[in-house]
Design a binder for this molecule. Structure first.
Ligand code: FAD
Ligand code: PHB
Length: 385
């Protein structure tokens, strides 16, 4: 098995396959240090947590991860809580993608799973034939590797998605007219749970990595540049968008990292072509508002691992044949949730007053209805795999 991409989906697949006795090689374009320096997601669904335990990489997460049994939604500087535990009997775990990836690299080292960093010009050949091959350049030399299957875990900018011929592939996309400016700060989080704040100046999110490390986000126009945003400007803007009691408690400090990510929804169909399978961001992107990106990558990996187990251990190919359909059914539901949270909480540049009233009415409905809250909670903690 050849895995393209050493991000969370490629590494988790490699770990699960390795423990099942299925040989695999991971090809990663960047260095390990580069992969581990990318600050991305922070919230793990309970299904993700369980799979990480099953993969044997749950120990540090159990010790250091923070269990969150709810979130706050805020509008016009006032908040209310969605209680996951009470509404749907579940919770999520706050544990950074960086930490999860670090744990997976350590486990791969222990397993002596082969990983090549700094590979270039990766190409997939004959993915629809019985024996696909992958060519790449490593340390200036060209290599060819033949394998049973190829897993495209190479993210949005990878080569795998575009290997599927255009006439067989469909892409469904929505690009949002704003981005998120994220700031990582070595200060205690402003709140014990995440705050998602809708405000006339734009959306804001208060998140965290641990009790001494906070992660905050601001909705910004697409053409804003990070260099335009001093730390002071960020903190001033955040204070205006979050509830008053939170802004009074906010502890600010010098940022460790600041970056802007554009928001996008994308689904590529199908997620399998012959012996090539797409997993994670290689096949789909969600706006981060529902905290679903990383978790969706994990559920794809779960389905592919199950399918390959059935193939290698039982000689049964039904899982492989159904992989795309099975994964896409869950992907579309997470896409819907991420899109609806994005639409509910952000200011759109061309928004009419009618649409603003619809957002206000939906938030007021959520505040007053246990049924509406249960639906949000069910999706936020994650639909079953
Ligand atoms: P990736 O993490 O993208 O990993 C793909 C790997 O493949 C990378 O290491 C890349 O270097 C490698 N690669 C790419 N091309 C090649 C190639 N040709 N050959 C070899 N290797 C290759 N989700 C949330 O839930 N919350 C967030 O706050 C959040 N913030 C995000 C911010 C940014 C800037 C981005 C890009 C994503 C964010 N996400 C967030 C989404 C989440 O991080 C992703 O869903 C998750 O990283 C998907 O994992 P993956 O392994 O599928 O892809
Ligand atoms: C984060 O902590 O980075 C984070 C948390 C929740 C989200 C998005 C990002 O919805």
């Amino acid at each position: 098995m050849l895995i393209i991409g050493g991000g969370p989906s490629g590494l988790l697949l490699g770990q699960l396959l390795g423990r099942t006795g299925i040989d695999n090689l991971v090809l990663e374009r960047r260095s390990r240090e580069y992969v581990l320096a990318r600050i991305r997601a922070g919230v793990l669904e309970s299904g993700t947590v369980e799979l990480l335990r099953e993969a044997g990489v749950g120990a540090r997460m159990e010790r250091e991860g923070l269990i969150h049994a709810g979130i706050y939604l805020a509008a016009s500087n006032r908040g209310f809580r969605i209680d996951f535990e009470q509404l749907v009997g579940g919770s999520v775990m706050v544990y950074g993608q960086t930490e999860m990836t670090r744990d997976l690299y350590r486990a791969r080292d222990e397993m002596q799973g082969p990983t090549l960093h700094g590979v270039d010009e990766v190409r997939i050949h004959d993915a629809d034939a019985a024996l696909p091959r992958v060519s790449f350049v490593h340390h200036g030399r060209e290599h060819f590797v033949a394998c049973d299957f190829v897993a495209g875990c190479d993210g949005y900018h990878g080569v795998s998605r575009n290997t599927i011929p255009e006439e067989l592939r469909r892409e469904f996309e929505r690009v949002y007219p704003f981005g998120w400016l994220g700031l990582l700060s070595p200060t205690p989080p402003v709140s014990d749970e995440l705050i998602y704040a809708s405000h006339e100046r734009g959306f804001a999110l208060c998140s965290m990595r641990n009790p001494a490390l906070s992660r905050y986000y601001l909705q910004v126009p697409l053409d804003d540049r990070v260099e335009q945003w001093s730390d002071d400007a960020f903190w001033d803007e955040l204070r205006q968008r979050i509830p008053h009691d939170a802004s009074e408690r906010l502890v600010t400090g010098e940022s460790i990292e600041k970056s802007i990510a554009p928001l996008r929804s994308l689904v590529a169909e199908p997620m399998r072509w012959g012996n090539l399978f797409l997993c994670g961001d290689a096949a789909h992107i969600v706006p981060p508002t529902g905290a679903k990106g990383l978790n969706l990558a994990v559920s794809d990996v779960y389905y592919l691992w199950q399918a390959l187990k059935r193939h290698y251990l039982d000689g049964d190919d039904r899982g492989i044949e159904l992989y795309s359909e099975t994964a896409l059914a869950r992907v579309w539901k997470a896409e819907r949730f991420s899109w609806s949270m994005t639409r509910l909480l952000h200011r759109f540049p061309d928004q009419s007053e009618f649409e603003q009233r619809m957002q206000q009415a939906e938030l007021a409905y959520l505040e007053s209805s246990a049924a509406a809250q249960a639906s949000l909670a069910e999706n936020y903690i994650g639909l079953p795999f």
